[in-house]
Ligand binder design. Structure first.
Ligand code: PGA
Length: 261
């Protein structure tokens, strides 16, 4: 069993000085136990990547994540950011197909598949985000919606590149609502995702970290991390305060460890 992975999605928050203050305080709050036993990353807005990367490199163990990536390494793509640039900036993980991109910015399954492939081929670790809307949840279509997005998202990924994949299950109705999925629902969805990955990639599918996201907080993280096939989390709101994020990681580690005993 690997280490649990926690990626803080800052979304469209923070100015440069706020990011600097955050990193200083986050580095102080994280102790060796968390740094040694968890994989931790922060996903700031694009323009803050160099600053956050530089501040993190003075400390230990926290990696850089980006919130999106294009599939070409250069060209006439106004407003997009290439995998080559992200790699050059020291980025490790990149979110792809976050529900806010899908819902508000017209992100299609086809574009998601291209971004996942390009990220993986450039040595980045794509974090493919999937999850049903509230309507799909209510109508009992959670399984179909999640599997459709997953299947489409990995459709261009070769088996060789599958080892770099991370999947985040994020039910849209749980994002920013304060209402996280129950452990039972998370378990059901995560086990579906795992089965499809194993079917597609064999052994490598077994090793893909599966994150849960959607109203995670320190209070519910231990319980969620106890769920089979929950290998970490992608918190949004709870990653905006360094102490809260660190506490969430601590509780997540506790829950995750209880599965290995
Ligand atoms: P939330 O967001 O933790 O604020 O619900 C999660 C996400 O959108 O990744």
């Amino acid at each position: 069993m690997g280490k649990p992975l926690f990626i803080g999605n800052w979304k469209m928050h923070f100015l440069p000085h706020e990011a600097e203050e955050y990193i200083a305080s986050f580095q102080q709050t994280l102790d060796n136990e968390l740094i040694d036993n968890c994989d931790i990353a922060l996903a700031p807005p694009f323009p803050l990547l160099p600053l956050v990367g530089a501040s993190l490199s003075h400390g230990r163990g926290v990696r850089l994540a980006a919130q999106n990536v294009h599939w070409e390494n250069s060209g006439a793509h106004t407003g997009e950011v290439s995998p080559a640039l992200l790699s050059a900036l020291g980025v490790t993980y990149v979110l792809v197909g976050h529900s806010e991109r899908r819902q508000f910015y017209g992100e299609s399954d086809q574009a998601v598949a291209k971004r996942v492939r390009a990220a993986a081929e450039s040595g980045l670790r794509p974090v493919l985000c999937v999850g049903e809307t509230e309507e799909e949840y209510r109508s009992g279509a959670s399984k179909d919606a999640t599997l459709r997005q997953l299947q489409a998202g990995i459709s261009e990924l070769s088996s060789e590149s599958a080892s770099s994949l991370v999947v985040a299950y994020e039910p849209v109705w749980a994002i920013g609502t304060g209402l996280a999925a129950t452990p039972e629902h998370a378990q059901q969805q995560h086990s579906l995702i795992r089965s499809l990955l194993v079917q597609q990639f064999g052994e490598q599918g077994q090793a893909v970290p599966l994150l849960y996201g959607g109203s995670t907080k320190p209070e519910n993280m231990e319980e969620l991390a106890q769920v089979e096939n929950v290998d970490g989390a992608l918190p949004g709101g709870s990653s905006l305060k360094p102490q809260v994020f660190a506490e969430l990681i601590r509780n997540g580690l506790k829950g995750y460890r209880s599965k290995t005993r």
